[in-house]
Structures are given as C-alpha cells and as structure tokens.
Design a protein around this ligand. Structure first.
Ligand code: PLP
Length: 358
C-alpha cells in the first residue's frame, strides 16, 4: 500500500472516494453523473446549498457572513481581495510569513496602495514574526496567512488577532481546527488541501463588505457572486460535489474540534521523530512556529537527501520532497492523512537513521 504526503492537490478521504465511485454513473437514480447535471437543476442545486449549509455548521459561521464558492484558486483571491476591498484613501496591509503572503502582497500592490507592516523574512520564514501591529483608520484590511504551506509554520491561535477588517488566506489549514469566524472580515481557501479537489475556492465574507461596484467586471465582484448564490456563472459542479462529500466526512469525524485533536497527535508523531534524532533530522521551522499541516525538515547530511527520497518511495511513502525554495523534505498531513501514515513515516525515518546515522 502506498501512502502520500503531498502539499496539494493531495489525497482525499477513502470514504469520499468510495462514495463518489458508487455514484459515478448514476447519481440518485438519474442515470447521470452529477457533473452531467445542469447547474440550474434541482439535483445539483441541492448539493450546492447543502455544501454551504454544512460549511456554515462545521465552522459555526454566523449570519453576518456569506459563503461563496468561486473559481480561480486562492491566487485569484490575491487580486480579487484588493479589487473589492481597497477604496480611495485606504491602504491594504499585509503580514508577510512566507511565499504565499508575499505573492498576495505583490498582487495587491498592482491594484492600489499596499504595505507590508509585519514580516518574518529576516528569519527566512522559520519563525512567525511578533504581531505588534496597531490597526489604523487608513487600513482597508489586514491580511494574514494562517498556515505557511512552503515553510511549515502556522499561527497557533487564529483568535489572537485583532483588526476590524481582518482577512486570512486559510488555504492550507481551513477545517483543521476551530476558530472564531466573526473575528474575520474575509477568509479564503483553495480547496485542494483540506476541502476537496482543485477547482473550487471557498470565500467567507462579512456581508457589509458586499458593495456594488459598477467599474468592476461582474465575475470579479464578491457582491455579484453573493447576490447570485455563487451561481452567477457555471460553478465547478464536480468539485463542489466532492467538497460536499468531504464536509460530510468531516462531520462524521466529529467536526473540526475532533480533527484538531487528531492533527495535533499526527504532527507530534513526526516532530518527535525529528526531535529525538540527535540532530540527524533538523526541523526547518522553529518549534514555537511549527505547523500541524506541513512538516518541513532537512537532513544534517545533505548528501543523503536523494537516498532518503529513493528509499522512502521503496517503502511505499511518496510526496516528501520539499518545496524547491526550502529544499529538504515536507510531510503534508492534512485532515485526510490518517495517523497510521504518520506512524509509518516516523518508523521509516528511524529505520533510515539507523542505517545511515553515526
Ligand atoms: N495560499 C496558500 C497558503 C497556498 O498553500 C496555496 C497553494 O499551495 C495558494 C495560496 C495558491 O493556491 P492556488 O493554487 O489555489 O491559487
């Protein structure tokens, strides 16, 4: 049996894949796959609304906020966010904690006044910076990245930030733990880590931010999508169908509270393998900034890197190669990765060290 630790797209829960398979050529006795149904028909609309309702339930999203299903990935949100929320006289503020927040900031700077107010760049993004920023009346919003997929750092407490218009890219840790949605003006997440397959992007937006803007192309307007219940144009029907199945699976797991416990345990298994290796393995992120979703590490002897990848694959373990900007290894342990996969990786790490360590 092969196990996978890729950063995304990544594995979906087995139960979800089996359900999708069982409904493949005959969804609810219609004789069609769900992707062959009209997005204006009741068969699909039921799924569309169910996914929204479940997302609300699982994250306890208050009525003050809307849930949108968009396309274009989190990368389109980098641009859509300032296009919609940046108004004359205001500045978009960014907290830089890695490559994705840098990208988000660069895109905003193309749209209007933008400023990086806190940055962890001087630590090569190994450590999360101190959040000593005081909100100003001039801020359009303050943007954070909750989990830094590439460097393997994660803000430990999503309720700790205080800003009237707090925005978060939660692409790589949404649904991994509970947090207070009402603390946020806007949250966005590409689906392909914890929510489902690529193709759909979830946006949770406070309703007072939904303003008509005649100069904005309709497809880029949050207000247009909200008014049309995310059916302004053809939605990614199959991706939303799978998102709905993943949300049902999360509910069956006991919700995000239960997943937080599981994720913490999974992460501990691998961090323990790193920390108890006498320096054979080195964690990339400093311990207080460590992510429970992406575990980044290197070998004290870089000469062994190729061998580590080769032998891990021979043991049935795939997807460990680190991002090219960090090097080393990255084990992504999103919600769908079971604890036994983490144990298997830890065992392999110990075995590899026994073979090549001093
Ligand atoms: N933001 C974060 C935190 C990510 O991890 C990623 C992708 O890995 C992105 C944004 C970009 O997402 P997309 O490829 O959906 O545009």
């Amino acid at each position: 049996e092969r196990i996978y630790f890729q950063a995304g797209p990544t594995t979906l829960p087995k139960e979800v894949m089996n359900r999708a398979k069982s409904e493949w050529d005959d969804f609810k006795e219609t004789g069609l796959n769900i992707m062959e149904h009209s997005h204006r028909g009741t068969t699909y609309e039921e799924i569309h609304e169910q996914a929204k309702t479940l997302m609300r339930k699982l994250l306890d999203i208050p009525q003050t906020h809307d849930v949108l299903f968009l396309q274009g990935g989190a990368s389109l949100q980098f641009a859509m966010l300032p296009m919609n929320l940046l108004s004359p006289g205001k500045t978009a503020k960014y907290v830089l904690t890695g490559s994705w927040s840098e990208k988000a900031f660069k895109e905003a700077a193309k749209i209007g006044p933008s400023e990086a107010v806190v940055s962890g760049k001087d630590t090569k993004y190994r450590t999360l910076p101190e959040m000593n920023y005081e909100p100003s009346d001039q801020d359009a919003y303050l943007h954070i990245t909750s989990n830094n997929t590439i460097f393997g750092t994660q803000w430990p407490d999503l309720d700790a930030f205080s800003h009237p218009n707090l925005v978060a890219d939660m692409s790589s840790d949404i649904m991994s733990k509970p947090f207070n949605v009402s603390n946020y003006a806007l949250i966005y997440a590409g689906a392909q880590k914890n929510l489902g397959p690529a193709g759909v992007t979830a946006v949770i937006i406070r309703k007072d931010l939904l303003k008509e803007n005649e100069s904005l192309p309709s497809i880029l307007s949050y207000q247009v999508h909200a008014k049309n219940r995310s059916l302004y144009n053809t939605p990614p029907v199959y991706s939303i169908y799978l998102l709905n199945l993943v949300l049902q699976w999360i509910e069956e797991q006991g919700g995000v509270k239960e997943l937080e416990v599981k994720n913490k345990k999974k992460a501990e298994i691998i961090y323990n393998a790193i920390d108890s290796s006498d320096g054979f393995y080195k964690g990339y992120a400093t311990p207080e900034s460590r992510s429970h979703m992406n575990i980044t590490f290197t070998l004290s002897d870089p000469e062994l890197e190729k061998r580590f990848i080769k032998e891990s694959e021979e043991s049935g373990i795939f997807g460990l190669k680190g991002h090219r900007s960090v090097g080393g290894f990255r084990a992504s342990i999103y919600n769908a990765v079971p604890e036994k996969s983490c144990q298997k990786l830890a065992e392999f790490m110990l075995h590899f060290q026994g073979k090549y360590g001093k």
